[in-house]
Design a protein around this ligand. Structure first.
Ligand SMILES: Cc1cc2nc3c(=O)[nH]c(=O)nc-3n(C[C@H](O)[C@H](O)[C@H](O)COP(=O)(O)OP(=O)(O)OC[C@H]3O[C@@H](n4cnc5c(N)ncnc54)[C@H](O)[C@@H]3O)c2cc1C
Length: 345
């Protein structure tokens, strides 16, 4: 299909900041637009949308649209889907690129449906090939990659984090057009009173973090003195997470531990699990601690570009070409020293 009209759709967080993945999607839109010889428009939803639009004004969008106001500050399906629909209609977009945030993952399928369009998620790249838009996305927990194109429009393309470098150009001054949105009755019924984080797990998962810190079952195993030191382990991991913007991952063995047979790391949940039956995050760097590095775990690391591990066992899985650097050391000692250095000691 020639003459595509591209819209890159982003949202701010409730404080008005743009998530990094929004800037990554802008890079994806720039590359796609250049490949097609087309322009792209920018649509921003949420708190301080006009300021966020100015932050992205230097990216080269031909038109900048916003939807703002108190009704669009918090994540809510009814208002987000209505806002995305309004921006797609106003821009006349045939291809809508959007970041894979929880907020958009929930709302955009509905917007695509209302517009009679299609949507693809888990997209790792979107490019022009022979004048067509062609994307690549993962299947089977991202172990297989499919390349596809579609004729149906508008085509919503939800881009995974880490697929593109974040656009970091200088901010400009945008003169965005505010697009009116007619809120459906369901938006009036649903009031967002606040956000309560899940008791464990969720608050330690930080998709934008530069580092993935993985804890393995070794943290809860008997150590050289014949005893387990789970509370100490928990303190070291928590301390590190408090001092850095790292995201916490886990091996399956650690998250599978239940309270029945001894102490467990209290803030760890199945949401943290990395691997074949867990997540495949896209952090630039990863550090595995007390984790053996078995294949079903390490397969979840395939998008992590620089990998290091700390393990007492020089023959552990990481030593077999799975890590760039293996520190053969006691993770309790290493992390205590790292935390002391972070504290300025
Ligand atoms: C179908 C299937 C799917 C699976 N999916 C997943 C998955 O999605 N994710 C996943 O993680 N696993 C998965 N597994 C399980 C996987 O095969 C491993 O059993 C698991 O990853 C092992 O976890 P671990 O390395 O934390 O524990 P362990 O194998 O018990 O290793 C603990 C490590 O800690 C080290 N250690 C102990 N004390 C210290 C210390 N003080 N300092 C440094 N190192 C120390 C030990 O040397 C050891 O290497 C799957 C398995 C199957 C069969």
């Amino acid at each position: 299909m020639a003459n595509e009209k591209i819209l890159v759709l982003v949202h701010t967080d409730p404080e008005g900041a743009l998530p990094r993945i929004a800037r990554e999607t802008v890079t994806g839109a720039q590359e796609l637009a250049a490949g097609l010889g087309a322009a792209f428009a920018l649509g921003v939803i949420g708190t301080r949308a006009a300021e966020a639009a100015s932050e992205l004004a230097g990216a080269g969008a031909s038109d900048i649209l916003t939807v703002s106001g108190p009704e669009f500050e918090a994540s809510r399906y009814a208002s987000d889907a209505a806002a995305a629909e309004a921006l797609a209609r106003e821009s006349g977009a045939t291809v809508v690129l959007a970041p894979a945030t929880a907020r958009f993952a929930r709302a955009l399928p509905g917007a695509a449906h209302r517009l009679g369009g299609r949507i693809d998620t888990r997209v790792a790249s979107v490019a022009a090939a022979e004048g067509k838009v062609r994307l690549q996305r993962g299947y089977y927990r991202q172990r297989m990659v499919g390349t596809l194109t579609r004729e149906a429009r508008p085509w919503f393309v939800v881009v995974d984090g880490g697929a593109y470098a974040a656009w970091e150009g200088a901010p400009g001054t945008a003169a965005p057009r505010e697009v009116p949105v007619k809120l459906p009755e369901s938006a009036r019924r649903t009031k967002v009173l606040g956000v309560v984080e899940a008791g464990s797990g969720a608050s330690t998962i930080r998709p934008d973090a530069p580092l993935l810190f993985v804890a393995g079952a070794g943290w809860t195993k008997k150590q050289g003195d014949g005893a387990a030191h789970v509370k100490e382990a928990e303190g070291l991991i928590r301390d590190f997470l408090d001092r850095t913007p790292a995201s916490l991952g886990s091996s399956k063995s650690l998250v599978d531990q239940s309270g029945g047979e001894g102490e467990v790391i209290s803030f760890m949940s199945h949401l943290n699990q990395v691997g074949q039956t867990g997540a495949s995050p896209r952090h630039p760097k990863g550090l595995a601690t007390c984790c053996h590095g078995e294949e079903p775990h390490v397969v979840g690391w395939r998008f992590v570009r620089e990998r290091r591990a700390v393990n007492l066992d020089p023959g552990c899985g990481w030593a077999r070409g799975k890590a760039d650097v293996l520190y053969v050391a006691d993770a309790f000692q290493v992390m205590a020293r790292v935390n002391a250095l972070l504290a300025g000691g």
